[in-house]
Design a protein around this ligand. Structure first.
Ligand code: RUB
Length: 313
């Protein structure tokens, strides 16, 4: 139990962060927990672990999809159920890894030799595209935004430098200043809605606006487990608002200064040229098909959208 509570805290505090990493981590934790859960109350304890992990960060649907995938375990005996959880968790982890590789292979074709690419925050899927272009011998430069308030752009800049890629860090507010130097934008996704909108790190939609104005292609790298079945049934994506102290010093807060600190924003599909998934480069209008056909939600009623229901068939 302690391990699950600690894992949930790591997600909340962003020690483990990024939509893919959070999803993979949750699958790993459920797998470990299944090995220890008591035979008498196996289902109950698994449900508790699933709920605890789910109630950490609300925005990235990858967490929901990962937990749902693992919690579709089956078996007559507890031993069979345990094995089923472990098998399903491993399948999900494998999905994360293979999808990111495939996205790199598909997405890199959109990056030409000599390109300057802009990216935002720290997305493993977006970096897979950029790194693959570099590995394939293309001479590219990257402009990385610092991504206030948590500076995930620093992680991106470090990872790109470690891969030997030319990278320039800019403040978020300099995006429009530099957009004319950029040949394409590549960002990741926390969630793609049924109508093809992108939810990603706060500031993403401003980059999309600037890119559209400057006629710069805006590309999203998103595994299919970032597509939201919940939105198919009309639910709106919850945008996480984080602590004011991430943004403002205590003395300002003491003066009664109000602070809003949303962690994500929404980019409408009209601003997105292409979504690179592991099943292909698709237009955002295809989101509905991904949710119904790929994730298996065709014909599923809204009331079935709960943990332990039939998904991903
Ligand atoms: C991370 C973020 C990333 C997406 C995609 O936000 O917005 O762009 O999660 O990342 P935070 P990935 O740092 O608040 O979790 O491609 O690695 O899933």
């Amino acid at each position: 139990m302690q391990e699950v509570l600690e894992a949930a805290e790591k997600i909340k505090s962003m020690e483990v962060r990024g939509a893919a990493r959070i999803a993979k981590f949750a699958a790993e934790i459920l797998m470990k927990f299944a090995e220890k859960a008591s035979p008498e109350k196996f289902d109950e304890e698994m449900k508790w672990a699933a709920d605890t992990l789910l109630n950490t960060r609300p925005t990235a649907v990858s967490l929901y999809n990962a937990i749902n995938y693992v919690m579709r375990y089956s078996g007559e005996s507890v031993d069979e159920k345990r094995k089923s959880v472990i098998r399903r968790a491993k399948e999900f982890i494998n999905w994360v890894e293979t999808a990111q590789r495939k996205i790199g292979e598909i997405g890199e074709k959109r990056i030409k030799d000599g390109y300057t690419v802009m990216t935002h925050c720290n997305s493993s899927a977006a970096l897979s595209v950029i790194k693959r272009a570099h590995e394939n011998g293309k001479d590219i430069r990257v402009i990385a935004t610092e991504s206030r308030p948590r500076w995930q752009g620093h992680i991106t800049a470090r990872q790109l430098r470690e891969a030997g890629i030319d990278v320039t860090l800019i403040v978020d507010s300099a995006v429009r200043y530099f957009i004319d130097d950029v040949d394409c934008v590549v960002v990741g996704a926390d969630t793609i809605t049924a109508n093809g909108a992108l939810i990603n790190k706060i500031g993403t939609s401003q980059i999309a606006l600037a890119a559209k104005e400057a006629r710069v292609p805006f590309m999203v790298a998103a595994e299919t487990y970032k597509f939201s079945p919940k939105t198919l049934f009309g639910e709106l994506v919850v945008i996480e608002e984080r602590d004011a102290r991430e943004v403002a010093p205590e003395e300002l807060l003491k003066l009664g200064v109000k602070v809003r600190n949303p962690a994500f924003d929404v980019t409408p599909r009209d601003y997105i040229d292409v979504i690179i998934t592991e099943i292909g480069a698709i237009p955002p209008e295809m989101a509905y098909v991904v949710i119904t056909e790929r994730l298996g939600y065709a014909g599923i009623e809204e009331e079935e959208i709960t943990l332990n229901s039939r998904h991903f068939d």
